[in-house]
Design a protein around this ligand. Structure first.
Ligand code: TRP
Ligand code: ZN
Length: 870
């Protein structure tokens, strides 16, 4: 795991297909926690001259057999991570026997043990930790898998595809044989064995095929999988309607595990989920959890076509499956929960995670050109910007042509390992469009800046009204020059009485372009980039009056929300400056206008509750940090608190009225309307608490005591922690005692603890790492505490004495000894370093130097080096 020599990057331009094709593979597992025996038998055909280089990591090789002849040690080469066979015939049978130790596997890649059960994670390069193989996505093969294990401890034996045989191997042991008829790369392989409770249902496909659906969970948890099952059936239906995609195997299975590196994995026919993204009920899960479960269940299911039936030629093409699949799950959620609200949430996430990446030291194109560790490239850019690029394609082509293009792609590339070029080619074939310039979206890193200026020529009344759109993408590491990209810009002119024209679409393909329209007789504000029609940073001069006009009159819900955000960003920017120079922010007319506009939104009958809740949510800390230069993160935090308080005070009586009006004693339902009601009600409570309104403590205490669902319970808890005082310890202890038997709720407890104010400073956070329930090797727990701390505790993480950064680095380095991919991901928090003041920049650079000097894993090294300057 440790690296001593400088690692060499993998380059896109060096891609070369393998010399051999594995036509079929038979895998035989004899499961045992400490020593699992794996035998593989492969039918192999030569496609080009040369050696066969199989990948392998931390494997004990027992024997290698070619065409029934056991090879002696001098007949193959074994390096640290390759098994090389030379002088092979054109067609042969290769048999390999080896053992692995799943109980010692803390990386959670390959075959490992979680909660006493066996499970696997093979994307991206985990299969090579199971046996020697061509562990690359363009090596597709037909898999048959036999699993044998003790009956009692492992009643369920699962793998991809359809079960073709099962029975007893002895009086205490049993076996199952699974066959997956669809050729697939090794990263989609999965095996699970253990004791589970199951939830069963079924789905009838568009051609009338009856598909049993099974979800496997911890004993006692079957009821908590019902929502996921419902989401699965809705996803299956939606994919048939929206993309014409039908399910293909005879059954579909999902397994929940507690120890998992990411969210979930789309293994063919056998998805494996982090239990946090599968299990939910009213009492233990928030509306946000329900929403995420719905979208991740859909995401993994949609991969069956975009990822599995059509996979990636190499890992540089990762966005081919991830960008497209995120786009598909976003569209699904929009259909389930409302397009405007979904778009707002997606853009918030994009700005919160992808913009900082695209504008920092880790910036990379949606299709990168090189990498050290592919695990480090499961990024917001590949996923979220990858999805935005697909959305731009759809906006540019129109819905109908987009569907023709995607249909064509499924026809052209089914059963293959494909590329971005091939994807776009199918869209060109179907629509006759030339998409060569569009390719730049995949090749250029960095967020384009879109500058919009208006010339109203008020002095010459007959002259036209001109709008000029200009684009420019700033340089990113290793990529100095940028060319214009295809930018579809949706815009409309808005007066105080509403829109004065229909929404317009201008496609900007050059650096600059101007459109002319007749002079307007009334005063208007340009609503531009409606629905966030392209992932850019908009630069436009607007007065407070302009923003307020859009907040009140823009028919495009996204832009109405955005106008409020933009105004809040400006107010917060100014407040941050005041605070930094030692002054207290003052209420001015802009603030008053902002509060009044929020009040109109809050009391309007025109909008749904979820939308109102989003309007009443301030821009994030990250948002403000991104738009500032070298700022003091604590000053930003103060500004945010100051503005929340001002809004809370100003709207106090309306917030209170709304809070009471939204009370409901109807039984809990997780649907979008009910969730919207809770979201707005809890937003009201949070603002009242920010304003330190005297009733806030009473309301929060009462809500905490009487809540019948986790959304209301945890919202009350967070409000109480923000109100501070003696009650905090009491309520945190109470919450812990109530929920100590539910790990997913204890994760929430750790994250609330990690983010709240602690008078004792960093020692209080450090003490949490010694808590009996803290588990250093469980990624969910570590992300809750360490990730929660770094993202959500501005006060302690950014403390000027460096204690927060120091603690964080220690934790990352500790995690790196066990789980490099999770450690590297955590370390990415430092990417905002350059946005901070000079003192903090220097502190972070010291930490990075320490990390690099510690001889970390390749994963951590790659991230640390990119963030380290000079
Ligand atoms: N392909 C998975 C998804 O998009 C994510 C994934 C990639 C993953 N690598 C992983 C999940 C490693 C767990 C562990 O949903
Ligand atoms: Zn995915």
């Amino acid at each position: 795991m440790r690296t001593d020599t400088a690692p060499t990057p993998t380059l896109l331009k060096n891609y070369k297909p393998p010399n051999f094709k594995i036509d079929s593979v038979y895998l035989d597992f004899d499961l045992s926690q400490k020593k699992t025996r794996v035998k593989s038998k492969m039918q192999i055909t030569r496609v080009a001259a040369g050696d066969l280089e199989l990948d392998g990591e931390e494997i004990n090789l027992v024997s290698v057999t070619v065409n029934d002849k056991v090879l002696s040690r001098s007949n193959y080469r074994l390096t640290q991570n390759k098994l090389i066979l030379t002088k092979l015939p054109d067609q042969f049978t290769l048999e390999i026997e080896n053992t692995v130790d799943p109980s010692a596997n803390s990386t959670l890649m390959g075959l490992y043990v979680s909660g006493g059960r066996f499970c696997t994670q093979c994307e991206a390069e985990g299969f090579r930790r199971i046996t020697y193989y061509l562990d690359r996505p363009d090596a597709m093969s037909v898999f048959t898998v036999r699993i044998e294990a003790p009956k009692k401890s492992y009643p369920y034996l699962l793998a991809n595809g359809n079960m073709i045989e099962s029975g007893d191997a002895s009086s205490t042991r049993h076996y199952a044989v699974w066959h997956d008829p669809f050729p697939k790369p090794a990263y989609l392989f999965a095996l699970v064995a253990g004791e589970f409770d199951i939830l069963e249902d079924s789905f009838t496909t568009m051609s009338g095929r009856h598909i049993p659906l099974t979800i496997y969970v911890d004993p006692g948890d079957a009821g908590r999988a019902e929502y996921a099952m419902d989401a699965l059936k809705r996803s299956m239906k939606w994919d048939e309607e929206a993309f014409g995609r039908e399910y293909d195997l005879d059954r579909f299975m999902i397994v929940a595990v507690r120890d998992f590196n990411f969210g979930a994995m789309e293994n063919k026919g056998l998805n494996i989920f982090n239990s946090s993204l599968l299990l939910a009920d009213a009492k233990t899960a928030t509306d946000m959890n329900f929403e995420r479960i719905e979208s991740v269940v859909a995401h993994e299911y949609f991969h069956n076509w975009t990822g599995n039936r059509i996979t990636c030629r190499d890992w540089f093409q990762l966005c081919l499956k991830e960008g497209f699949t995120v786009f598909r799950d976003q569209e699904f959620s929009a259909d389930q929960r409302g397009a405007a609200v979904q778009r707002i949430k997606d853009v918030r996430a994009l700005r919160g995670r992808q913009f900082p990446e695209d504008n920092g030291p880790l910036a990379h194109p949606v299709r990168p050109k090189e990498y050290l560790k592919i695990d480090n490239f499961y990024t917001a850019t590949i996923y979220e910007k990858g999805a935005e690029v697909i959305r731009v394609l759809k906006t540019y082509l129109g819905a109908e042509k987009f569907r023709q293009g995607s249909d064509q792609y499924f026809i052209d590339r089914d059963g293959t390992a494909s590329t971005i070029e091939e994807f776009l080619e199918s869209f060109e074939t179907a629509t006759g469009e030339d998409l060569s310039q569009f390719m730049r979206w995949y090749e250029q890193a960095g967020t384009p800046r879109l500058t919009v200026t208006e010339d109203r020529s008020l002095t010459t009344p007959t002259a036209a009204h001109k709008i000029t759109f200009a684009q420019k993408t700033p340089p990113t590491p290793g990529q100095a020059g940028k060319a214009p990209v295809v930018l579809p810009i949706k815009w409309q002119l808005i007066s105080d009485d509403g829109p004065v024209n229909e929404p317009q679409m201008t496609v900007l393909t050059t650096a600059e372009d101007t459109v002319s329209l007749p002079r307007q007789t009334v005063e208007t504000t340009l609503s531009v980039l409606q629905d966030f029609s392209a992932p850019v940073i908009l630069e436009i001069e607007r007065s407070t009056q302009d923003q307020l006009r859009l907040m009140g009159q823009d028919p495009n819900a996204f832009n109405r929300w955005e106008a409020g955000q933009a105004l809040a960003r400006r107010l917060l920017g100014n407040m941050t400056k005041s605070i930094t120079t030692g002054r207290t922010p003052k209420a001015d007319r802009a603030l008053l206008g902002y509060c009044n506009a929020l009040r109109s939104t809050l009391t309007s009958t025109e909008f749904d509750n979820q939308f109102k809740a989003l309007c009443l949510t301030l821009p994030s800390h990250t948002d403000i940090l991104q738009s500032a230069k070298q700022s003091d993160p604590l000053a930003i935090e103060h500004a945010l608190n100051w503005l929340s308080r001002a809004v809370g005070e100003h709207l106090q009586s309306d917030l209170l009225t709304t809070y009471h009006a939204l009370e409901s004693d109807a039984p809990f339902r997780p649907d979008a309307d009910s969730a919207g009601r809770r979201a707005l009600r809890n937003r009201c409570l949070a603002l009242l608490a920010s304003a330190k309104s005297p009733v806030a403590a009473t309301l929060a205490t009462e809500q905490y005591k009487t809540a019948d669902n986790m959304t209301d319970e945890i919202s009350a808890l967070v409000s109480l922690t923000r109100l501070g005082g003696q009650r905090v310890k009491h309520v945190m202890d109470d919450f812990y005692n109530r929920w100590k038997a539910k790990p997913l709720v204890i994760d929430k407890w750790f994250s609330v603890q990690s983010m709240r104010h602690h008078a004792g400073g960093i020692d209080a956070i450090r003490a949490l790492t010694e808590h009996a329930d803290y588990a250093r090797n469980n990624p969910n727990r570590v992300r809750s505490l360490v990730g929660g701390f770094a993202h959500g505790n501005v006060e302690l993480f950014h403390k000027l004495d460096g204690s927060g950064y120091r603690f964080f680095t220690e934790q990352v380095m500790d995690m790196d000894t066990r789980n490099p991919s999770v450690a590297a991901r955590l370390l990415g928090v430092f990417e905002v370093g350059r946005k901070l003041d000079k003192t903090r920049q220097a502190l972070i650079q010291d930490e990075l130097a320490k990390v690099i000097a510690s001889k970390p894993s390749k994963n951590v090294l790659e991230i640390a080096q990119k963030m380290k300057t000079g």
